[in-house]
Design a protein around this ligand. Structure first.
Ligand code: PEP
Length: 251
């Protein structure tokens, strides 16, 4: 049995003061990690303070991105060693906003994934098709290609530690969520790809989240599918009550 994993992606929408107040408000109210794993991925400047506040609780704090190199002349970037030095071991990789606006190509996503795994971090690898690709019946093909490129050089034991977030680009931040049947079908496409490439035990181990306009009203419909193991949630993860409602629905 895979433990459901609900992760918030706050993007650039939460100030440091708000982030710290959020952790104070939820840290003792999240379910135990054995039941439901919970995390919020915040702006880099808040990660240290949040991690200190969430210490010894079941709330995990994650980064929204990191650079593929450990050190170097990359002004403004954040590295895996810097993140792990403050206790961050969770990172979103290849979010569609980064793919679209910040040149996170499939090749860079692959390099970031290698860096995260080399530093024993849990990567949430985002994949998903654009609207025109879905309309052209190419969603499965697009996602398999993204997986193939993201996973170049990654071994079966490493892949077991990856979380995959299936996020159709047209559903992110739009209020237009994918219907649960389609999301479940795509989760099966992802798991089948992992099975083909890495075998049954890897396919059973990886957790697959759905992301795209998930909220406390619709989350249960996604989690009812055996192949959807959680959600990556943007807008509905920012407010304390709404985040706790997501976790409650996952219990
Ligand atoms: C996301 O940012 O990954 C996301 C799914 O956003 P939203 O839930 O707001 O659609």
């Amino acid at each position: 049995m895979r433990t459901p994993f609900i992760a918030g992606n706050w993007k650039m929408n939460v100030t440091d003061r708000e982030a710290l107040a959020f952790v104070d408000a939820v840290k003792d109210r999240v379910p135990s990690n054995e039941e439901v794993e919970s995390a919020v991925c915040a702006q880099a400047l808040s990660l240290k303070g949040m991690t200190e506040k969430a210490a010894n609780t079941d709330l995990r704090i994650g980064a929204q991105n990191m650079h593929e190199e450990d050190y170097g002349a990359f002004t403004g970037e954040i590295s895996a060693p810097a993140l792990t030095s403050i206790g961050i071991d969770l990172v979103i990789i290849g979010h569609s906003e980064r793919r679209e606006m910040f040149n996170d190509t499939d090749e860079r996503v692959n390099r970031k994934l290698h860096a995260a795994l080399a530093h024993d971090m849990t990567p949430i690898v985002c994949i998903g098709e654009k609207l025109e690709e879905r309309e052209a019946n190419r969603a499965g093909e697009v996602v398999r290609k993204q997986l193939e490129q993201a996973l170049q050089g990654i071994g079966p034991e490493q892949v077991k530690g990856c979380v995959f977030a299936y996020e159709p680009v047209w559903a992110i931040g739009t209020g237009k969520s994918s219907n649960p049947e389609e999301a479940g079908e795509m989760a099966r496409t992802i798991r089948a790809y992992i099975r083909d490439q890495y075998g049954q035990s890897a396919a059973e181990a990886v957790r697959i989240q759905y992301g795209g306009s998930v909220n406390s009203e619709n989350i249960a419909e996604y989690l009812a599918d055996d192949d959807i193991d959680g959600a990556l949630v943007g807008g509905a993860s920012i407010k304390v009550d709404s985040f706790l409602a997501l976790l409650e629905a996952a219990q």
